[in-house]
Design a protein. Structure first.
Length: 262
């Protein structure tokens, strides 16, 4: 199967839908799939019509991690095994840092590398019965693409240790209670809830969305005074934009704004 079939990219109006499509491996990723995801991220960010990325897995499961057959063949016991961690971390960080907001839709297994993809997205919505967790420790492995610096910021140190040191899996309901994801829903309501959620993203100014996302991403990484300076500069950039002028005019004229993203 060509890599374009293993990770599929569809345009749906303002929505970029990206599907992991290796259901015979519970949508486990490979180096080739990660490389293609990196290309897709670049393509989405370069397209002014695309305002949100929805990442999902085909046939009822999100992603069970890195393909263990490929890991054993190419990396386990090899002196250059660190390369797979570097590759995974770079791609996940590109997903986290992209201009376009991202939503992970979680069904079935969301484990190991799949868990890392999920925590690299801005938002996550799960089926109530999804199985979500870092899971690496159950296989004597260590996650190299985000758990130690993303998860504690979401749920705190104690819950992070509980998740990573036990290898436990949370249901979608439990993950929402832990503040690991935004919300969960019964399987028959999942698509509707996803559509409602992304509708609140696609009708906003892409420029202001990018500036807001970029600054919020840095909000836990600096002291208050530094963040105030960043905030002042962001306000200055946004107030000079066409979208700010359009947003104010549309409000005063009692009409819907037409965003240009600049």
């Amino acid at each position: 199967m060509a890599v374009e079939d293993e990770i599929q990219f569809e345009r749906d109006g303002h929505v970029a839908r990206v599907w992991l499509n290796r259901p015979h491996k519970r949508n486990a990723v490979t180096v080739e799939v990660l490389d293609r995801l990196d290309e897709i991220i670049t393509e989405i960010d370069a397209d002014p019509e695309l305002r949100v990325l929805v990442l999902r897995g085909r046939e009822g499961t999100f992603c069970s991690g890195f393909d263990l057959d490929a890991l054993q063949a190419d990396f386990v016991g090899q002196s250059l095994a660190i390369e797979v961690a570097v590759k995974s971390a770079k791609v996940c960080d590109r997903l986290y840092s992209m201009k376009t907001p991202s939503v992970a839709v979680l069904e079935g297994y969301v484990t190991a590398g799949g868990f890392e993809l999920m925590i690299s997205c801005d938002f996550a919505i799960a089926d109530d019965e999804a199985k979500i967790g870092d899971f690496h420790i159950r296989r004597g492995l260590y996650g190299g693409a985000g758990p130690i610096y993303r998860v504690p910021r979401m749920i705190g140190i104690r819950k992070t240790k509980e998740l990573m040191l036990t290898g436990k899996l949370l249901s979608g309901v439990e993950a929402a209670q832990w503040d690991l994801i935004n919300l969960s829903a019964p399987a028959h309501e999942l698509d509707k809830r996803v559509d409602e959620f992304i509708a609140d993203l696609t009708d906003k100014s892409p420029l202001t969305m990018w500036i807001t996302k970029m600054t919020v991403d840095r909000s836990l990484d600096a002291d208050t005074q530094s963040l105030m300076v960043m905030e002042h500069l962001a306000v200055g950039v946004v107030l000079q934009s066409n979208d700010a002028a359009e947003g104010v005019s549309a409000f005063l004229e009692k009409r819907e704004p037409v965003w240009t993203g600049n």
